[in-house]
Ligand binder design. Structure first.
Ligand code: SF4
Ligand code: SF4
Length: 227
């Protein structure tokens, strides 16, 4: 098996990477991605912290989806340098269904938080999935990220009490309450999630306000579009 150099992705802020053996993935995760069994490895790529946003801002892309476009260009260039001529498919960002959270759980990145965004001990909730790549190469598989869910030892559960919609009580997230509150004209959650920003885990990696707003403006627009 061969190792692969992720340093160029790290420098671009795409600083979370996990290599999976496609054949070892659960069938319900693997089958929609590679129905013909054409590839040997899946590479899950994410970002943690603020660096990716800084790189995207510096690139000054005039694009409706600057993070996706920056990610796509960066990953394609990186792959061409690392594995020239190797058959591959970039399945995310894209239009097909990809079980990102299922992959995140297997990678050790995703532990369920009360507000349903993934959380881990290294990054808090300040990480996200950015790309999924299939390659026909015999790459070394990476071990899962170590660490228990920070929620397991969180006595105060600041996120639960901070939610202005009271949507996180009884360990059962109420999407209906969350959406109804976010749509209010005077909502504090139109461009953020107050629960998420109240979590004390890894505050040094918290996105800046513009990055948070970029994400939550888009989710609110989808809520408004679909009623
Ligand atoms: S505040 Fe506590 S319970 Fe809420 S997400 Fe953070 S660690 Fe988990
Ligand atoms: S977006 Fe607002 S209403 Fe929804 S879970 Fe977060 S804090 Fe609660």
């Amino acid at each position: 098996m061969s190792a692969i150099d992720f340093s160029a992705l790290d420098a671009a802020g795409l600083n979370l990477q996990a290599v999976f053996d496609l054949a070892a993935l659960p069938a319900d995760v693997r089958a929609p991605l590679d129905p013909a069994g054409a590839y040997r490895r899946l590479i899950l790529i994410g970002h943690g912290g603020r660096t990716l946003w800084e790189r995207v801002q510096a690139a000054r892309l005039s694009s409706e989806h600057p993070i996706d476009d920056f990610t796509r260009a960066t990953v394609v260039a990186w792959l061409a340098g690392q594995l020239p001529g190797v058959a591959h498919a970039l399945v995310y960002p894209g239009d097909g269904p990809v079980g990102l959270q299922a992959l995140g759980r297997l990678a050790g990145w995703h532990h369920e938080s009360p507000f349903r965004v993934g959380v881990n001990a290294a990054w808090g909730s300040w990480f996200a999935y950015r790309a999924v790549l299939l390659v026909d190469a015999d790459l070394a598989v990476t071990p899962p990220m170590a660490g228990e869910s920070p929620c397991a030892a969180c006595a105060g559960q600041a996120c639960v009490s901070a939610c202005p919609a009271d949507a996180l009580r009884e360990r059962a997230f109420s999407l209906a309450k969350c959406i109804a509150y976010r749509r209010q004209a005077d909502s504090r959650c139109r461009v953020t999630c107050v629960a998420r920003t109240s979590c004390p885990v890894r505050p040094e990696h918290r996105y800046d306000d513009a990055q948070i707003a970029h994400s939550y403006v888009r989710s609110l627009a989808m809520i408004e579009r679909w009623g």
